[in-house]
Ligand binder design. Sequence first.
Ligand SMILES: *[C@@H]1O[C@H](CO)[C@@H](O)[C@H](O)[C@H]1NC(C)=O
Ligand SMILES: *[C@@H]1O[C@H](CO)[C@@H](O)[C@H](O)[C@H]1NC(C)=O
Ligand SMILES: *[C@@H]1O[C@H](CO)[C@@H](O)[C@H](O)[C@H]1NC(C)=O
Ligand SMILES: *[C@@H]1O[C@H](CO)[C@@H](O)[C@H](O)[C@H]1NC(C)=O
Ligand SMILES: *[C@@H]1O[C@H](CO)[C@@H](O)[C@H](O)[C@H]1NC(C)=O
Length: 379
Amino acid sequence: MATYYSIALYLQVLSFLIMTFGIIKVSTELHKEFNITQLLEIVQAEFDFTIANEGVKGNFSELHDWSSSIAINCTKGEAFRVYENLTTPDNAMKLASHIEIPDGQGDVSGQYIYTASEKQMDIQSANIILDAIYESVDKEVPYFRTEEEFSPNAPRYAPLQIILDSLAIRSTQVVDTYLSSSACTTNNETFHKFADRSIFYNSLSAGLSSTVLNHASKSFGVDMKINVLINIMSAIAIQIHMVKSIASLANLDTNDDAVRALIYLCIASDGVKNSMTETTKEFAKALMQNLISNIHDSTLAAINKRVAMKLFTRVAENKGIINLASAIPFVGELVTLISDSLTTYSIGKIAKYVFCPFEDDNQDTIKLSSPPYPGNIEL
Ligand SMILES: *[C@@H]1O[C@H](CO)[C@@H](O)[C@H](O)[C@H]1NC(C)=O
Ligand SMILES: *[C@@H]1O[C@H](CO)[C@@H](O)[C@H](O)[C@H]1NC(C)=O
Ligand SMILES: *[C@@H]1O[C@H](CO)[C@@H](O)[C@H](O)[C@H]1NC(C)=O
Ligand SMILES: *[C@@H]1O[C@H](CO)[C@@H](O)[C@H](O)[C@H]1NC(C)=O
Ligand SMILES: *[C@@H]1O[C@H](CO)[C@@H](O)[C@H](O)[C@H]1NC(C)=O
């Protein structure tokens, strides 16, 4: 562990020196135009399933509106409202019924054999839901960059203080150790401050929302698989809210389709730094420097569909286990809360790494005395 720390520290100091002495300038000049086809190939290899060229025909407007109202309620901290008079659209019920839930021993029960057309329908539904969430999360709710922005939108939940204490301690210790090699080493303190707070409050919100949803679903007697789908949507809504906030701190336009694909990729990273994350960072750098042209909509659409489908299967793996854990009253809630918070927190750290701004030559705010940002959250 000590070795790991010193290597990480060494890397941070090194990149700090590189930035300070402008070596980064040389490397950006060598930077070739970003090749989005390569990104698509990586995404295809990572999320491997067949996607038909043609979109599936159907009327998805009900699914779109349903997804928006869930996303808005969950980002507003009103997850409990989601189950009031819940009418789930048919395509959402189909998608939910195909979610595979592990039994806690690692086996998947009720594995579903898809027909090709059902799979294409699910991919389309997942894509519609994801886009609807993307467009809704910042409509009524500000980015949580300050406590004033977060407080009115915090999901209300009783034993908050106990949970908060353990959460704050665990999340920084566990996850920062795990992710310290993907630190963001900019000297821009504004970026650090607002990104860190956005990560902290959104992580908290994600954890609290899922405990609220689990409570509410029990009292409304909601079907377990629908509950799992809504849980996934709630987590994704809050994660997109967070990553959009970080992308806009990096001065990227979140209405741009390429930026949207980038944000989806951050969320699909699952908080783990790997070759896809590295390519995603290259993509972000290219966008921030306007070093990118000729992005075809069809390429972005192909990336988005894969990511959408992946998001609705990947979280299901965690959710199944968590739902079983919540058979034990308080322990289950704590597990849910910490697990959803940690996932969101580590996705946030990846997003901060991906969107980390690099310094301008002519910026005079570099303070040689200040070490690379320690990454601790001060509230
Ligand atoms: C981009 O990458 C693809 C696949 O790796 C390759 O076939 C293509 O030639 C590359 N395009 C450019 C402009 O380098
Ligand atoms: C889709 O269905 C909604 C009602 O659910 C309806 O208002 C809308 O007109 C339909 N759109 C199309 C293109 O059929
Ligand atoms: C929140 O959920 C309720 C109940 O489903 C719904 O009536 C309302 O429109 C939702 N709020 C928003 C802003 O969509
Ligand atoms: C839900 O339905 C009940 C009656 O079925 C109605 O009284 C209530 O206002 C509805 N709530 C919402 C939020 O639409
Ligand atoms: C520092 O970050 C803030 C917010 O992310 C941004 O608005 C500002 O332009 C950045 N400053 C510099 C010098 O890059």
